[in-house]
Design a protein around this ligand. Structure first.
Ligand code: GAR
Length: 179
């Protein structure tokens, strides 16, 4: 079973749902994330774990990990989740947390990778899917796909289209490979 962590629109979550992957729980760090609406419409249990309700990040992450385990989650997918995960969370899902990011990591980590690639004058950017560690968009790569920057006016759409194909492919492969 897959648990998806979200913070925003949730188009990558939607791609996982549309691919028929076994998403059993969706957790957000903010209650206004539109991804939560998508999950509820698909009949998937949701919860919000805001920092304001917990003593610190580590405690929040432990409560979130327990909730995911209660929903039989074996693989955690970060789909636009904009908080770093703390070591106590990662220890609960060893080598079972992955992230999708709209750049060719290690280039352009962080919250504005597409703008950063444009500002740097990159001719090629892309999409990465990688295992998550406690760093900012770091951890061993699983796969990458290049996306040419030009034509710039369609770059965002082309990157998202690659994400929406690549992420479900990786998740499906990992589910098939699981013991
Ligand atoms: C996606 O482009 C995802 O790769 C990116 O946030 C967007 C979320 O869109 N993630 C990161 O930048 C992680 N550092 P979505 O909510 O529509 O899936």
């Amino acid at each position: 079973m897959i648990g998806v962590l979200v913070s925003g629109n949730g188009t990558n979550l939607q791609a996982l749902l549309d691919a028929g992957l076994p998403v059993s729980a969706v957790a957000a760090n903010r209650k206004d994330a539109y991804a939560l609406v998508r999950a509820r419409e698909a009949g998937v249990p949701t919860a919000t774990f805001g920092l304001d309700c917990h003593a610190d990040r580590a405690e929040r992450d432990l409560v979130m990990a327990t909730w995911l385990e209660e929903h039989r989650v074996e693989l955690v997918v970060l789909a636009g989740y904009m908080h770093l995960l703390t070591p106590p969370f990662l220890k609960r899902f060893p080598e079972r947390v992955i992230n999708v990011h709209p750049s060719l990591l290690p280039a352009f980590p962080g919250a504005h990778p597409i703008d950063d690639a444009l500002a740097a004058g990159a001719r090629t950017t892309g999409v990465s899917v990688h295992y998550v560690d406690e760093g900012l968009d770091t951890g061993p790569l699983i796969t990458q796909e290049e996306v040419p920057v030009e034509p710039r006016d369609t770059l965002v759409e082309r990157i998202h289209a690659v994400e929406h194909r690549l992420l479900p492919e990786v998740v499906r492969d990992l589910c098939l490979a699981a013991p």
